[in-house]
Structure formats: C-alpha cells, structure tokens
Design a protein around this ligand. Structure first.
Ligand code: MGP
Length: 188
C-alpha cells in the first residue's frame, strides 16, 4: 500500500472489484452462469475497502449458496477470463471441525492480504488474481485464484504463506481450472 495521496486517501497498488452471486437471486432469464454475477463495488483505497467492509454482509451472515468474488479490476471471476485461463485456485474448506467459527476474521485477513499484496510478496511473479468465498451448509469454501497453474514451486510457497497468514488448520488443495478431473494438483 502506498502513502496518503493528495486527496487524503491511501491508494492501493491495484483496484479490486467485489462481485456477488447467490442461488437465491438466480435470474429466471439467465442463459449463462455469468448472467447471475452482480458487480457490487470497486475499491481503490484503504478507506474504500473499510467502507465496503462496513456495509456488506459479513460472511457469517450470508445466506447458504451465496458467493463473494473479489478480483483485480478488469478480471471477471470466471475460468474463461484471459487472466484465469491458465490458472487455478488454492481451496480451503472451513468446517465446524476446523476454522468456521472464525469465518469473518479469516475472510477479512484474506482480503487484507490481497489488497496489501503481502501474500505473494517475495514470490517470483504476480500470482494472485482474486479470491472467492462460498457459503454452504456447515461449510465455507475459500479460494485464492492464481494465474499460472504451472508455477508449482511458487504456488507451494504461496499456499504456505496463505495458510500461515490466515492461521487456519484446514488442509489446502490447489485445483487447476482446466483440469476436469477435479483432482488436487498440490496439497498442503
Ligand atoms: P463453483 O461455485 O465453483 O463450485 O461452481 P462449488 O462451490 O464447488 O459448487 P456449488 O454447487 O456448491 O456451488 C458451481 C457451478 O457454477 C459450476 O459447476 C458452474 O456451472 C458454475 N461456475 C462457477 N464458476 C466459477 C464458473 C466459471 O468461472 N465459469 C462458468 N462458465 N461457470 C462457472
């Protein structure tokens, strides 16, 4: 994050967009999955980040079947996007047996790590494209999307940094978007 600018705000290194979709708000005329994605807000400064956090529902209050997608400006939260085509995601499932009790704290920490760009600091390349939170029954699915699924060594370091920054005990799996077998490419 950089210093205060002339408007008195703290600009972020990148601008980010929050998207939302939910099983409850599926449009009857939707022809594709993308049609149900709603763009909620763009944030470009620390102040806008906290304003957004104060307004939107905390993950613990989100309905089942809802998802938040928080992505770099210009990148749609979809496999098909140019920035995601060759990528994949680190997935962490928070369950009642692991970290679900602290869902709001874990999500806030993840977002702060992403806007503060410290999760992939020191790792060769800019890997993180965005993250997703999916609220399901007795489960919250977190995913950190990255742009290059072939960078295995960097992804392992990144995964360990995410796990440590979020202080989660759950196991993590890396899934390649293009791999239809849905098997984990890396496990931590
Ligand atoms: P999901 O939400 O990534 O999986 O995708 P999850 O959370 O394991 O499954 P859920 O049933 O608990 O929601 C669920 C479904 O949404 C996929 O099978 C696709 O039909 C659709 N979908 C999700 N994503 C991220 C995309 C995408 O990027 N592109 C397209 N075309 N469809 C998607």
């Amino acid at each position: 994050m950089s210093d205060v600018d002339t408007t008195g705000t703290h600009p972020l290194e990148n601008t980010w967009t929050l998207w939302y979709d939910s099983k409850r708000t599926v449009k009857p005329d939707a022809v594709s999955w993308e049609d149900n994605l709603q763009m909620v807000q763009m944030i470009a400064s620390v102040e806008e980040f906290w304003a957004m956090s104060n307004i939107i529902k905390k993950p613990s209050a989100l309905e089942l079947g809802a998802n938040y997608h928080f992505f770099k400006k210009g990148v749609k939260p979809m496999w098909e996007d140019e920035a995601n085509k060759a990528g994949g995601k680190w997935v962490i499932n928070l369950t009642a047996h692991t970290d679900l009790y602290n869902l709001d704290g874990v999500w806030e920490e993840l977002l702060m790590g992403i806007i503060g760009e410290y999760l992939d600091e020191g790792i060769d390349g800019n890997h993180i494209v965005g993250c997703v939170l999916g609220k399901r029954r007795n489960l919250a699915k977190l995913a950190v999307w990255t742009n290059d699924a072939t960078a295995v060594e960097q992804l392992k370091v990144l995964g360990a940094k995410i796990k440590s920054a979020l202080s989660v005990t759950a196991t993590m799996e890396y899934h390649v978007h293009a791999d239809e077998s849905h098997e984990a490419a890396i496990k931590l």
